[in-house]
Design a protein around this ligand. Sequence first.
Ligand code: BTN
Length: 328
Amino acid sequence: MNVKTSVLSALAQSGESFISGTRLADSANVSRNAVWKAVKALEAEGFLIDAVSNKGYRISPDNNKLCPELISAKLRTSCLGRKLSVLGETDSTNNYAKKLASAGAVHGMAVIADSQTSGRGRLGRGFFSPPGTGLYMSVIIRPDFGIETAQLITSCAACAAAEAAEALCGHETAIKWVNDLYMNGRKICGILTEASLSLETKSLDYAVIGIGINVLSIRDIMGSELVGIASSIEDETGVRVSRNALCAELLNRLERRLADIGSRSFLGDYRRRELLTGNTITANAGGEALTGKAVGIDENAALILELPDGSRRILSSGEANLCRIKKE
Ligand code: BTN
């Protein structure tokens, strides 16, 4: 390990506590001057480091550079995120992860990018992914459950993402069926799960769970088409959440939720957060516009829609899109 990596790892491990130059020097087996040079090199790469005399160094709580060491230091998982690839820019982390998965990448590997040039959303839409503001992550899973459980992955991931965001900013986070997270009525996160099926075993070969969270302010950089629709955690709460900490928290919670997916225990939390339920909505189901009252989420995470004649339609996520709450 070179001095810079060794210093970075030690700083990541000590979290918000300061660590003295002498201790850093001892752990890397180098001089204090070599430590100082490594700190300067890290700063030149974009890390924000606090240096205080008589205390030492620490990664600043305001640091906004994504890095594997800072994510790993907060991981409590056994598989998810234990292998991490952190990229500066890529077209789409889902594209990147799918290539890795096809080439045999292990269960739990995560790909994270600072920005995406062609971030993808559901239904062929794009996902705004500018640098320095968001968490764009794709996690490869090789599940041992069947296809009937696989349809729950996105809603299970939505719960994990809502819990992680809420834990770090302290603000209530809602889910809009099926895969969007909302704060104060504006979208702060979307999820796109893509899977590869094995025809031989009729099971999932792998799934890539792509999660995009707008973390820091995008108010001044988003296009006019997103104004009033998309937002970020910072814009809604004023809290500048660390992207590294959020990434680790999300992986921790996702692993726990996925381990229990078959029991459907996450559905209680999902239903509690869900926004459409109780509202009159218009859904586009297979080209047909359906207006009715959303009365709940069933055991397969499908939306139950009650039509004006009292009959009920079960809308699966694949079937229905563009659900809009009707203003009464
Ligand atoms: C949606 O809003 O419809 C889903 C958006 C999913 C965006 C994430 S960002 C990480 C991953 N890479 C992508 O290209 N898309 C997902």
